[in-house]
Design a protein around this ligand. Structure first.
Ligand code: MLC
Ligand code: AMP
Length: 504
């Protein structure tokens, strides 16, 4: 027995004094030092009674120590559950309770608010701050730097990532060791990552893109990362000369293009720019190539599946497409009603199957059965078509989802909150084009008879329960919502009406 994910990502780096992380203050962390911290953390988890198969939820700032918690969990066979730092206490509460987490690690600034949340869920609470301080690293300080890696099977769970749903209830996607490792192996090959690579890393590490793509791929290749706490275009321009590759959401690229220091010279030595998590406008692709001479490599993935398709490293990277299915990934486009494959060139729902596809939603067998077919195909909810050359195009979504700056937002969750507000009869939440975030949230409210909703009051009321990025950037009032003959709200009509709010 062994622990394939730990062995693959971290095993062969133990004792190596090569640099793994370059930090904003000019400091570095070697692989050996990083793994010592991880082993200390794994011992600490064990001392705290956390065992293989238990869940550890973390809502912590991006830092080398935060990443070491991930490594510690993999080493101990503990299921890692990272949470967006923007989530409010009620949002965190749901994840901790639903996952049955044994331990919640949070920033000291949130410990007062989150202690009752942890208590209610019968979870312990510890702190870890962005500067590496906190009760968790304090408890780890005297631990040994050796931890006997726990044996795991490829089918064992490594992580839970929560993804919202069309009903408003978030679902915990269960990801196995094989899901994560197989995908990283394929991406290292396809994108030609090596130990020489230095990845400019500005993505958050609580989602697939920043953790399971950017970080895992670099680790597996034995390369290093310039580890920035968040995206900042000045810092990106400053550090790009030391990098060989970058991964980002489309907003990263549009913001870089707005920066006067982002020039052809600055990027001349770069090997690769990857974009994903949201559609990259063909216009951005073209402007980027005009400015830098580089063609962004666009790929397509999801929380439940990691990466499914990629434009080619060699060969044509085609703007407006997400390339070809990755080796080992089967992709078909089906009729949403019948599930039959549609002829090439026609639009349908994208389904994927392969070692990358998750095991199901935690304790939600019905939801799992709705989206994961018995034959292993996962129904992504994305609408696509395959062109004559085999390139996959994503043309829309069969799910009511907004993607803002790479973060997914499910309208239902916001509508449920808005419908409860005083003076509101009903609501519809839509995504409209936004120059910075790609899409942003607009709420349409219908007043109760003789009611007049207090928009400022509503904004402040929902701000306590919803992460800032989910809060509507604009609220408008309409006497009624447009509906079709079946009584279904016609969101397309609303998008037509309000689509120019941020771009006109
Ligand atoms: C921050 N804000 C957002 C936001 N991010 N609002 C909407 N959408 C977002 N994505 C809020 C802030 O709270 C702030 O609110 C205001 O917007 C402006 O803040 P900012 O300083 O501009 O935000 P910034 O820190 O720069 O963040 C923008 C961003 C960030 C694009 C850099 O959102 C980001 O790093 N996104 C990456 C998301 C990601 O990793 N997705 C991968 C998911 S995995 P106010 O009101 O206080 O001003 C996945 C699978 C796959 O999808 O295929 O990869
Ligand atoms: P998430 O649930 O956060 O993992 O987001 C996954 C969703 O992001 C997918 O189902 C797609 O709708 C979208 N997505 C990811 N990559 C791309 C891309 N390159 N182009 C268009 N949409 C994308």
């Amino acid at each position: 027995m062994a622990n394939p994910l730990f062995d693959g990502l971290f095993g062969r780096h133990s004792g190596k004094s090569t640099v793994f992380l370059h930090l904003p203050d000019g400091g570095t962390v070697t692989h050996a030092k990083f793994l010592e911290t991880a082993a200390r953390f794994a011992n600490t988890l064990w001392d705290m009674g956390v065992r293989t198969g238990d869940r550890v939820a973390v809502q912590i700032a991006k830092s080398p120590e935060a990443l070491a918690v991930y490594a510690a969990c993999v080493q101990a066979g503990v299921i890692f559950l990272p949470l967006n730092t923007a989530y409010s206490a009620p949002e965190v509460s749901y994840f901790v309770e639903n996952s049955g987490a044994k331990l919640l690690i949070c920033d000291e600034a949130n410990v007062d608010t989150l202690t009752p949340v942890a208590q209610a869920a019968d979870a312990a609470i510890e702190t870890l701050n962005g500067d590496g301080s906190g009760s968790f690293p304090e408890a780890a300080a005297n631990q040994t730097t050796e931890f006997a890696t726990v044996d795991r099977d490829g089918d064992d769970l490594a992580a839970f990532l929560y993804t919202s749903g069309t009903t408003g209830r978030s679902k915990g996607a269960m990801l196995t060791q094989t899901n994560l490792l197989s995908n990283s192996e394929v991406l290292v090959q396809e994108w030609r990552f090596t130990a020489e690579d230095v990845l400019l890393h500005a993505l958050p590490i609580f989602h697939t893109h920043g953790l399971f793509v950017a970080t895992n791929v670099t680790l597996l290749a034995g390369g290093s990362m310039i580890f920035l706490p968040k995206f900042d275009s000045d810092a990106m321009v400053e550090r790009m000369p030391q990098a060989t590759a970058m991964m980002g959401v489309p907003t990263f690229y549009t913001r870089l293009l707005d920066h006067p220091g982002f020039t052809r010279d600055l990027t001349r030595h770069m090997r690769l720019f990857v974009s994903g998590s949201a559609p990259l406008l063909a216009e951005t692709h073209v402007t980027f190539e005009d400015r830098t001479g580089h063609r962004i490599l666009e790929r397509y993935g999801m929380t439940e599946t990691n990466m499914n398709t990629s434009n080619p490293y060699d060969g044509e990277r085609r703007a407006g497409t997400v390339g070809f299915p990755l080796p080992g990934v089967e992709l078909k486009v089906t009729d949403p009603k019948t599930g039959d494959t549609v002829p090439d060139g026609e639009i349908g729902v994208i389904e994927v199957r392969g070692p990358n596809v998750f095991k199901g939603y935690w304790q939600m067998p019905e939801k799992t059965a709705e989206e994961l077919r018995p034959d292993g195909f996962f129904i992504t909810g994305d609408l696509g078509q395959i062109d004559a050359d085999g390139y996959v195009h994503i043309v829309g979504r069969n799910k009511d989802l907004i993607i803002s700056g790479g973060y997914n937002i499910y309208p239902k969750e916001i509508e449920l909150l808005l419908d409860e507000q005083p003076g509101v009869l009903e609501s519809a939440v839509i995504g409209v084009p936004h120059p910075d975030f790609g899409e942003t949230v607009v709420a349409v409210l219908v007043p109760e008879k003789d009611g007049s909703p207090d928009l400022e009051g509503i904004k402040s009321s929902i701000s306590g329960s919803l992460a800032r990025f989910k809060q509507p950037r604009e609220m408008v009032i309409l006497p009624e919502l447009p509906r079709n003959t079946m009584g279904k709200v016609q969101k397309n009509a609303l998008r037509d009406q309000f689509g120019g709010l941020f771009t006109a």
